[in-house]
Design a protein around this ligand. Structure first.
Ligand code: BES
Ligand code: ZN
Length: 458
């Protein structure tokens, strides 16, 4: 039976199972959800066991557990490691959801729930691809390993040591990840670069406790002013980050790459309208795609301080704080940028304030090679599934583990995403297009055969 027949026949059942997975509020950042995160991992391990793997295991970590499963292929065939993350971002703000975030529903050919596209729907498609291949062909054409973690949305805090300690278990010839987006709907896409991330929290203190602003205003500095001053100096009016040394190691785009990006279909006005921005903003001298994918940025994610309740309170607050994140590009390093940012922030702080800078998490930027056998197999699989060859893009988001796979396992990674950037990842009303869920299953099954076949011919 062809793959697509099996997928068509089992469509509703696959969606029911995905709904079960989406029902777990596996919010990794929130200690109150730790139990749900754990139960989600257990559900996955049990689900994988029903597909008669060679082994399936739940590995505890100091944080959330790692789910692992493997199917041994015929001797002499290569091994593919498929990575995904079952943790999700917090669903807030809840009142902006049209249906509840952990009660999945299908509307307009889309399945709505937190985690639908990022990343449960996408990695679950690979699990259903294994099922499809097993039921249509009786066996897999190569060895498959699954590594599904529960901490990606908090910087994959315990995954690097896990990989270091389990190099043999994870040994493979290629890594396959679906946690990125298609460039446009119906346009199959392979991603060859991700930005990195450096996330900081800055706290400013000007007194031991809040004070009466009438009694002490005029003798103690105001932490919100100090913080605003510091923040306002981190970027200039041309969208450039002013932290000394920030651009030191940034790779300039080559003329070929600029040309390739310029050839992608793109409409800045449509994007502006879609985003609801009065005007687009960004670093002068670079196109929108360049600014999103291959230029570094600095953003303020949130800021708190002082009295924000209703009415008026005459207070001189003692502290104010902000969360900052910088998206990084090759060859910037998260550690180096954290140190430079901290030095810049401290240099801007007046003697009237005590400033604390804490690094929360980070990821290094990556570029993956385009000319590898698994990348080419992925391109063929996408072409067979979508009836047209893929486009090659970079993306602005980060996936911390990609660097560690490259460095520790020394194998190429394929980023074959099926999400769309309009699907509300990290935002209210997150969803995943059912047709892309089904196409992801077909593309994954086809990839396994294409890659196994290519490897056997070598
Ligand atoms: N799926 C995203 C990564 C992503 C987003 C890739 C957009 C390409 C385009 C992933 O789940 C994610 O959100 N990663 C975090 C990583 C961080 C917490 C270290 C991110 O990019 O903010
Ligand atoms: Zn995410």
């Amino acid at each position: 039976m062809p793959f697509h027949t099996y997928v068509q026949q089992h469509r509703d059942h696959f969606l029911q199972e995905l709904s079960e997975l989406l029902r777990f509020p596996s919010v990794s950042t929130d200690p109150a959800h730790a139990e749900s995160v754990h139960r989600c991992a257990e559900w996955l391990a049990e689900h994988l066991s029903t597909l008669s793997p060679t082994s399936v295991e739940l590995f505890p970590t100091p944080g959330h557990p790692v789910v692992y499963a493997t199917w041994a292929g015929p001797p002499g065939t290569p091994t593919v490691l498929i990575y995904g993350h079952y943790d999700v971002q917090p669903p807030d703000p809840l009142d902006l959801w049209e249906s509840r975030p952990f009660e999945p529903v299908i509307r307009n050919g889309r399945i709505y729930a937190r985690g639908a596209t990022d990343n449960k729907g996408q990695f679950f498609a690979h699990i259903k691809a294994i099922e499809t291949v097993l039921h249509t062909h009786g066996q897999l054409p190569l060895t498959v390993k699954f590594l599904i973690e529960g901490e990606e949305e908090i910087g994959s805090l315990h995954l690097r040591p896990f990989i270091e300690q389990h190099r043999d278990l994870l040994a493979c010839d290629a890594v396959l990840i679906s946690d990125t987006a298609m460039y446009q709907d119906d346009l199959p896409t392979l991603c060859y670069g991700l930005r990195g991330l450096c996330y900081l929290e800055v706290t400013v203190r000007t007194a031991a406790t809040d004070l009466h602003s009438g009694v002490f205003g005029g003798v103690v500095d105001n932490p919100i002013f100090v913080l605003s001053h510091i923040l306002s100096r981190l970027r200039d009016g041309y969208g450039r980050v002013t932290i000394p040394g920030f651009y030191d190691h940034v790779l300039d785009p080559t003329p070929e790459e600029r040309q390739r990006l310029a050839e992608l279909p793109f409409d800045a006005e449509e994007l502006r309208r879609h985003l609801g921005a009065p005007e687009l903003f960004g670093e002068v001298g670079y196109s929108v795609l360049e600014r999103r994918w291959l230029r570094p940025t600095l953003d303020i994610n949130g800021i708190v301080g002082g009295f924000t309740g209703s009415g008026a309170k005459t207070v001189l607050p003692a502290t104010a704080s902000a969360k900052l994140s910088m998206r990084l590009v090759p060859n910037q390093r998260a550690d180096d940028i954290a140190a430079k940012a901290e030095a810049a922030i401290r240099a801007l702080a007046p003697p009237t304030a005590v400033v604390d800078v804490r690094a929360l998490h980070g990821a290094n930027p990556v570029l993956v090679p385009l000319d590898t056998p698994p990348m080419q197999a992925a391109a063929r699989a996408l072409e067979q599934t979508f009836g047209r060859p893929p486009v090659f893009v970079r993306e602005g988001g980060s996936i911390p583990v990609v660097e560690w796979f490259t460095e520790l396992l020394r194998v190429p990674t394929v980023l074959m995403g099926f999400g769309l950037e309009t699907e509300g990842a990290h935002a209210p009303n997150e969803h995943f297009h059912v047709k892309n869920f089904l196409r992801a299953i077909l593309a994954s099954a086809t990839f396994l055969h294409e890659y196994a076949h290519a490897a056997m011919q070598q």
